[in-house]
Design a binder for this molecule. Structure first.
Ligand code: HEC
Ligand code: HEC
Ligand code: HEC
Ligand code: HEC
Length: 494
């Protein structure tokens, strides 16, 4: 009897020890996130906060000197960084080595016997990465703000960033099963923090523009998107976003009404832009490198590696906890502007930006597709006043038009998924039927000029609108009529 009492006492004592250990005081850090009195707080263990701080120490930047001549003159094969002086150029090369390939050194990207050669794929990728970094910093301030990103944000001293994604191979149940495609369901996947949610979230949401919204606006579900299946899919993405930032759902939502923007913390708006930015980066930069990466860098379906929220964030609510490395690397803040030109940037219509000098003589057109959703809805026409025709003729005026056509061809090459519609327009002088034919011929002449520059005809459409849709509706003075004799282009829906 006594021994039983003793054993029970010992067991109780042991249990108490276990319980005490399990409930040991864990120091936490709490940050108010939502609006006042909504009890939306972010609670984290202090040890985790310290670990995150240690993992996000920013390397110090080398001092900058402006000495030396322009790199475009000093070197042979400089396409992006030509406006830097040789001292600035060398500083950036040293820094890129530190950020991307500290172990392998310069030779990760270069053949030391011929630095100008593009024979190593890593150099070709790196050049596109420089453009991507500049593009993100210049055109996605809605997400990255002034803080911006550098190569280090993603690479952290590794040629291959720790977090990226590939297409999921088709995953069916056993061949003998009638259940068919698993739709990424019930397979443990890091993508969705090991939850039994669909894990094929990246292709539809972070490359293509599948709608994320699932909350119905009517009492009964009226569309397929407002089903439990679609909601689980959205939740899969939300799990990725939460784990990538090391936060929970209430960092961006008030959980009593997930869909309502007016109750959501501002971080949700930043995240909304982030989703669009990631799609842009994947489609226009990573996927444009298909064919450049060697086979051992490709995914199981042969696709290129791509970016998700974790690639930059690495588990932190802001990459590098909000420290800016960009302030020391102004060359990565905006795309290269040729020397001797004053930069201006004007966004015209859907997904087009014009860059060049103020006189317009060197005006260079750089198109960028900001957001697939907007491209698909594209209805905005963009007028080209520098595509000129002789009066009454469909012959392109060679001298004035060639540079502009080269620019358009360059855009089409830079954005392989882009398709354009070319519209021809005349003034209201003369017979309407003849004007219609003339405008059609002019639009066709532009398409022919572009296919002559190697652009696939399937990506272009021509249509003549005659004197319809005038820019200057009065059609009264010669100046006004000249504005109406034009070529316009717009992005073509899929
Ligand atoms: C991560 C890839 C990468 C690393 C590492 C790298 N470079 Fe480069 N390097 C490039 C790219 C990309 C260009 C072309 C830039 C352009 O087109 O504007 C370039 C161009 C150059 C050129 C110009 C060659 C010419 O004549 O056209 C020199 C010189 C150069 N790098 C030196 C170095 C040195 C020295 C190192 C090591 C300290 C280094 N690079 C490390 C990617 C890299
Ligand atoms: C938004 C994140 C991001 C930024 C910013 C970024 N990269 Fe990358 N980079 C990637 C991803 C993703 C890959 C594909 C990884 C792979 O090659 O398997 C990649 C690949 C590369 C590679 C090829 C490595 C290999 O061995 O396959 C080089 C070189 C490179 N980046 C250089 C740079 C340089 C230089 C910069 C800065 C000018 C930069 N990157 C900025 C995400 C980024
Ligand atoms: C980093 C910010 C962020 C985090 C964290 C986050 N969300 Fe979201 N959530 C968003 C954004 C942005 C949208 C809207 C996306 C869009 O419309 O393109 C959204 C949309 C949703 C929707 C669809 C609402 C509708 O209009 O139908 C649901 C449901 C949702 N989130 C649930 C969650 C859940 C559950 C979690 C936690 C696992 C979570 N979210 C974590 C930012 C976030
Ligand atoms: C190219 C790198 C990059 C990628 C990819 C990226 N972000 Fe960010 N994000 C940043 C930077 C830089 C900031 C910091 C901006 C600032 O200083 O306010 C930021 C800030 C944020 C914030 C604001 C945090 C706050 O507390 O204000 C949210 C939310 C966020 N990101 C969500 C996302 C989501 C969701 C994704 C994926 C869809 C994503 N990010 C992908 C670079 C990135």
């Amino acid at each position: 009897m006594r021994s039983i009492i003793l054993k029970t006492a010992l067991l109780a004592a042991a249990m108490a020890g276990v319980i005490a250990a399990a409930f040991a005081f864990i120091p936490t850090v709490t940050v108010q996130r939502g609006y006042l009195f909504t009890a939306m707080q972010h609670v984290a263990a202090k040890a985790d906060v310290d670990k995150l701080a240690a993992a996000n120490v920013m390397p110090t930047a080398l001092p900058r000197t402006k000495a030396g001549q322009r790199s475009s003159e000093a070197y042979q094969n400089v396409k992006v960084l030509g406006n830097l002086t040789t001292a600035e150029f060398t500083r950036l090369m040293l820094t890129m080595t530190q950020w991307v390939s500290p172990v392998e050194g310069c030779n990760y990207c270069h053949n030391p016997a011929n630095m100008a050669s593009d024979e190593k794929y890593a150099k070709v990728v790196a050049r596109r990465m420089i453009q991507m970094t500049q593009h993100v910093n210049a055109n996605w301030q809605s997400h990255v703000k002034e803080t911006g990103v550098t190569c280090y944000t993603c690479h952290r001293g590794q040629p291959v960033p720790a977090n990226l994604w590939f297409d999921e191979p088709k995953n069916t149940y056993a061949q003998t099963s009638l259940l068919g495609d698993r739709a990424g369901q019930n397979l443990p996947s890091n993508a969705v923090a090991m939850a039994s949610l669909p894990s094929d979230i990246f292709r539809p949401y972070l490359s293509e523009a599948e709608s994320i919204r699932v909350t119905g606006k009517t009492a009964l579900p009226t569309t397929n998107r407002q089903s439990i299946k679609q909601t689980e899919w959205t939740y899969g993405l939300m799990m990725h976003m939460s784990t990538s930032l090391g936060v929970n759902c209430t960092y961006c939502h008030n959980s009593r009404q997930f869909a309502d923007w007016s109750q959501s913390p501002l971080a949700r708006t930043t995240a909304w832009y982030g989703i669009r930015m990631v799609r842009d980066v994947n489609r226009n930069y990573l996927e444009s490198l298909a064919g450049v990466f060697p086979a051992n860098r490709l995914g199981p379906s042969g696709d290129v590696p791509k970016v998700n929220c974790a690639t930059c964030h690495n588990g932190a609510f802001k990459p590098l906890l909000g420290q800016s490395m960009l302030k020391d690397f102004e060359e990565l803040a905006a795309p290269y502007v040729p020397t001797g030109t004053t930069a201006f940037q004007k966004t015209l219509g859907t997904g087009f930006a014009v860059k060049g000098n103020e006189s317009g003589v060197e005006a260079k057109l750089i198109g960028f597709i900001e957001d697939a959703a907007r491209v698909v809805d594209a209805t905005t026409w963009f007028d080209f006043d520098r595509l000129n025709f002789a009066t009454g003729s469909a012959e392109l005026d060679a001298a004035a038009s060639q540079a502009q056509l080269d620019n358009v061809a360059e855009i089409l090459r830079a954005f392989p998924a882009l398709r354009l519609k070319v519209g021809g327009y005349t003034d209201n002088v003369g017979d309407p039927a003849a004007n219609k034919t003339l405008s059609q011929d002019r639009a066709t002449a532009v398409v022919t000029a572009l296919t002559g520059r190697g652009i696939d005809a399937a990506r272009l459409e021509a249509e003549g609108y005659g004197s319809d849709h005038p820019v200057c509706a009065a059609n009264d003075t010669e100046d006004c009529r000249a504005q109406n004799r034009r070529i316009a282009m717009r992005v073509l829906s899929k």
